[in-house]
Design a protein around this ligand. Sequence first.
Ligand code: ITT
Length: 210
Amino acid sequence: MKLGIESDTWGSEMRIVFATGNQNKLKEAKEYLEPLGHNVEQLLVAGKAPDFIEPQIEDLQQVTLSKLEQAIAMMPKSELSSCAILVEDSGLFIDSLKGFPGVYSSYAYKTIGPRGILRLMGQTKLRGCEYRAVSILFMQGKKIIKTGICRGEISLEITGNGGFGYDPIFIPEVSDGRTFSQMSESEKSSMSHRGKSLKALSEAISSPSM
Ligand code: ITT
């Protein structure tokens, strides 16, 4: 079955190739999109997740669009006509650090890590921050772009063992004081930036008006 005015594009059983090297992101995308009948797989080139060049731009959406262009260039033409490509870029934006690490979150994670962020913040009481995500689904020249934001605070210390990235120092606003690292994957995903953008994407491709 095909749906709505863009029925040639968004089908109900799509093969969605997710251009990411992050297994946590892959799992979260599967949770949102596979119950709708789609199949989500990781983009692999010569058997491994390709590296993407992340342009040094302050705009998350531009970074995500650049990832999409790179992913399209990596896909064999024959596959491009039959599957959808998913890309996502995300980051942690800390108010008192003027949005740092933001679009540099991946680099900051590999270099200074969550402990480095705690050191930069010291004991300041201004601990507000947000995770942001931009997810783009592309098929046959058409794109759906959806964003998600999760507001929270940076904890005073590393807390919890679950999740990835900055989760041990991120306390979502809607939580009872626990960091994302102290939550189950499904609890985190129900309030996370990525969860929100994926939910919006899944609603868009299921909507009869698409
Ligand atoms: P890709 O292959 O999809 O690029 P990545 O992990 O490098 O995977 P990004 O380039 O989008 O992801 O960088 C986002 C960084 O922000 C990521 O490395 C984490 O450090 C952090 N981040 C984003 N979402 C997060 C989340 O849900 N929990 C913890 N950290 C997160």
